[in-house]
Structures are given as C-alpha cells and as structure tokens.
Design a protein around this ligand. Sequence first.
Ligand SMILES: Cc1cc2nc3c(=O)[nH]c(=O)nc-3n(C[C@H](O)[C@H](O)[C@H](O)COP(=O)(O)OP(=O)(O)OC[C@H]3O[C@@H](n4cnc5c(N)ncnc54)[C@H](O)[C@@H]3O)c2cc1C
Ligand SMILES: NC(=O)c1ccc[n+]([C@@H]2O[C@H](COP(=O)([O-])OP(=O)(O)OC[C@H]3O[C@@H](n4cnc5c(N)ncnc54)[C@H](O)[C@@H]3O)[C@@H](O)[C@H]2O)c1
Length: 477
Amino acid sequence: MTDSGSGAEEFDVIVIGGGPAGENAASYAIAGSDRTAALIEHELVGGECSYWACMPSKALLRPGEVLGAARNMPGVSAGPLDVDAVLARRDSFTGNHDDSSQVMWADSQGIDVIRGSARITGDRTVTVGDSRRLRARHAVVVATGTTAAVPDTPGLRAALPWISRDATNLREIPRRVAVIGGGVVACESATWLLDLGVEELTMVVRGRALLPKNEPFAGERVARSLEKKGARVLFGADLRGVERADARDTGIGRIHGGPVTLDVAGQEPLVVDEVVVATGRTPATAALGLDARLLNSHGYLTTDDHLTTADEWLYAVGDANGRALLTHMGKYQARVCGDVIAARAEGRPLEGARFRATADHGQVPQVVFADPEVSAVGITEKEARDAGVDVETVEVDIAVAGSSLARDDFSGHAKLVIDRATDTLVGATFAGTDVGELIHAATIALVGKVPLDSLWHAVPSYPTVSEVWLRLLEARR
Ligand SMILES: Cc1cc2nc3c(=O)[nH]c(=O)nc-3n(C[C@H](O)[C@H](O)[C@H](O)COP(=O)(O)OP(=O)(O)OC[C@H]3O[C@@H](n4cnc5c(N)ncnc54)[C@H](O)[C@@H]3O)c2cc1C
Ligand SMILES: NC(=O)c1ccc[n+]([C@@H]2O[C@H](COP(=O)([O-])OP(=O)(O)OC[C@H]3O[C@@H](n4cnc5c(N)ncnc54)[C@H](O)[C@@H]3O)[C@@H](O)[C@H]2O)c1
C-alpha cells in the first residue's frame, strides 16, 4: 500500500467482499508479482459459503446420508442421529465463526485484509466506513455476493422467519416447520430438518415441481423421498399471508417467537413453530453506490466474459454478477478475472482460453445434496429444444453392480442430452446416492466436446456406480 498523494491509500487491486470469489480474485491478480491487493470485508473473511451456506449445510446433510446408507446395509447397526454431535461437527466446519485462519491465508498471499463496509465513491476509488479512502492503480473487483430474498407477502417479514442463515446455523429444532420455496435451498434444508427431528414439515411450493431448473425426474424423486421422510409438499401453493402474534428476535438459528399461521389459498390455515424462507437471492450491490447503467434489472453487475463491467477498471465476480450462483463458479470466474487483471497490468494481450469465463455459458455443473443427491451439468432437454438445438436423449435407471453394492435400497436415474449434429453432450443429469461424484466425468466430456463414439473407449471400472456410463452408451447403440 502507498499514499496516492491525494490522501487515499493506494493499492494495485482492491476487492470488495471477502467470500470465496473475492479471495481468489485478489490472490490470482497479484500472484507471482509485487502488486498489492486490499480485500475489504464487513463480516467474516470466507463469506457466505464458509459460515452460512455451503459448509454448514453440507455438514448437516452428510450424517443423514450416512445413516440412510447404514440402515440399508445388513450387518451394520444404525442408531438415531446424535443431534448435539451433528451440530458440534457443523460448528467445527464453520470454525465457530472465527475467520482468523482465512485472514492468515490472505496474509500468506500478500493480501491486506481491511475490515469495514465499502462503497465506490469515484473512478477507481473506494471508501471504507465513513472516511477511509482507497485508490486502485489497476482494478476494483466487486465480489459482494447475495443475501436471502424474502418476498413481500403480507405479514411474512414481520413474522421474522428463518432465512438460510438460520436453517444452516440452527441451534433449536422446531417441531413444526413450513419451508417456502421449491429450489435448492428449500430441498436441502427440508432434508436436514427432517433428518434432525422436525416432526411436521410442509413445503409451500409456488410452482408445480421441486428443483424446477433441473430435468423433471430429479425433482420428482426428491419430492417422493421427502414425502417418504414425512414431508407434505403443497404444489401450486399461493401463500396469501402470514401471522405471528409473538415474533421475537431470539438470534440466528433460534425459534423466533410463538406459533406462525400461514394462509395458503385453498388450504386449512397452516400452523407451525417456524417458517424457513428459501425463495432465492438478492445481489448485495444496492449499498455500493454503483451507477445504474452497470446493473441489470435484477441488480446484478453486468460483465463480459473477462468479468469486466462497462467501466474498464471495474470487475465483478461470484454471485454479485448473477452469472451462476455457485461457489465453484464464483471461484472459477475469480481465477479468470485475476489472470485478466494481471495480464492487463503487465501489458500482456488477453490471448488464450484462460482469459474468458466461457464455462458460465451452458457448462455449469451443480450438485444438489438432497436425498437422492442430484448432479447435473450443461442444459436440460427442454432448454436445448427451446434453444433450437436438435437433440436426442438417453435415459437409464442406475442399476449396476456398483450401485447395488453401495446400499440395498439404491435407486437412481441418469439422463444424457446429446447434440445430434456434433454427437456431443450438452447436458447430463444423475439422481441417486453420491452421484455428485459422477458429474465431473460428464463435465469433462461436455467441456471437451468428446464425441459419444469416443466415450465408448472410456471404460468405467467394475464394480463402480460409474458403470452407468456404459449402460447409457449401450442404451444409445
Ligand atoms: C444455504 C446455501 C447453501 C449453498 N450451498 C452451496 C453448495 O453446496 N455449493 C455451491 O457451489 N454453492 C452453494 N451455495 C451458493 C454459495 O454460497 C454462493 O454461490 C457463494 O457463497 C458466492 O460466493 P461469493 O464470494 O460471490 O459471495 P459471498 O460468499 O456471499 O461473499 C460475499 C462477501 O462480501 C461481503 N460484503 C458484501 N457487501 C460488502 C461491502 N459493501 N463491503 C465489504 N464487504 C461486503 C459479505 O460480508 C460476504 O462475506 C449455497 C448458498 C446457500 C444460501
Ligand atoms: N448445492 C448447491 O449447489 C446449492 C445449495 C444451496 C443454494 N445454492 C444456490 O443458491 C441459490 C439460491 O437458492 P434458492 O433455493 O434460494 O433459490 P432458487 O432460485 O433455486 O429457488 C427459489 C425457489 O423459490 C420460489 N420462489 C421465488 N419467489 C417466490 C415467492 N415470492 N413466493 C413463493 N416462492 C417463490 C421459486 O419458484 C423457486 O422454487 C441458487 O442459485 C442455488 O444454486 C446452491
């Protein structure tokens, strides 16, 4: 850091937001050089993912998954979950909300961590808190992520419902819960809430399916499994109002007061002890002082594939640009963005694939850690047909030696979407235990545009679940 002469502290690169995307952008932008970087964070370095989202949610889901496998494995005894032990392990994964190890990592990369809320107050200029002014020689990167969106349904906000932060950091298990939404957060949180002992769980789903962004079979299987665990799933549900006479801010993950009554059109009043709102995200861009021309209609920063906005010194990575709200995609964009900033700072041309975040377009992998797990990459059959791609599909149940060895009740399904013109994959979806581990093979085939004819020679090992690839290729012959 140096003084710019105008009273502002000067860095080569300033990153606003210390989540996974911001951390990686800062690190890549200065790697192997003497450039300086400031990483500004107003909560915890590590971001939503480390403390409130990916890590705690997956820590809460894994025990239920292991228990399900054990209960379907003769010779293995499986008791009930020890909830306190599960919550303690969850807390160990969030470091009990202590970010010192992440700050140490930033230090080791040569990144200066600055605590406070930042906003953009001029060309390449950032103000932290009331008056600390910073100036960037090369780039300012916005990596401020998103926050939970709470719909303006009458009475809902006043009821102080749980958002994803409460569900992932729960300290008390409500007896009766309503989950509003049918997307990823709704499905995953309903799964762990039931695993941890919620007795009555109702999903209030506006649409006609769970996981509507996936192939329909994925949401159908997750709905069936949630119902089997005891959930009631209300599809096409119109939530008209919410009432909670005794709403209290008791803290994150604690029950926020007395019973809540939900008015869902055509249903008896639904009375629960807590409501979980899982209706999508809002970009954390409103307080940044950004010019409206830089934002799309949903408030996300618009960027090109170099992650650059309309102002050539301003970049956006991770959730804040709305390209793909996933940690691994935010980190991927951050690597591309950091490399772009480094090349521009050194006067090097942006030649080569690594300077463009092309995977954001139709090549995004995702694992939904519900029961069954759902993993997918690329686009669905419907998305392909809507885009005018001439596709054929192939589908099989996952029933190979590896799956029957994995657990006695293994039930899974797989689908490939193939572009006829090039004989390559444009989409793949798997549902079943641990299918998250199958998706990277599909991602490589899709990104590498490997013709299906060649995949015939990618022989899956026996006896693994990946033999489903052989069944898919045989079904197509
Ligand atoms: C419940 C849940 C589970 C999820 N599970 C997964 C999963 O399993 N896998 C997956 O890939 N994705 C998952 N996601 C999505 C994932 O959490 C996000 O995609 C990821 O956190 C985005 O990273 P980011 O760095 O862009 O933003 P964030 O992680 O949101 O970090 C942004 C940071 O910026 C800080 N900040 C914001 N504004 C300012 C400001 N003005 N000044 C200073 N600091 C600021 C914030 O405090 C925050 O620390 C999940 C999301 C949720 C809600
Ligand atoms: N395993 C993972 O990769 C993982 C886990 C959790 C979250 N995430 C990411 O976090 C993001 C947020 O997840 P999410 O589930 O909150 O969003 P989402 O967009 O996946 O689902 C939102 C759901 O809420 C419903 N909805 C929206 N507005 C509503 C309203 N006003 N009333 C009733 N229903 C409404 C939608 O129809 C949809 O079913 C997603 O992009 C997701 O990919 C990823």
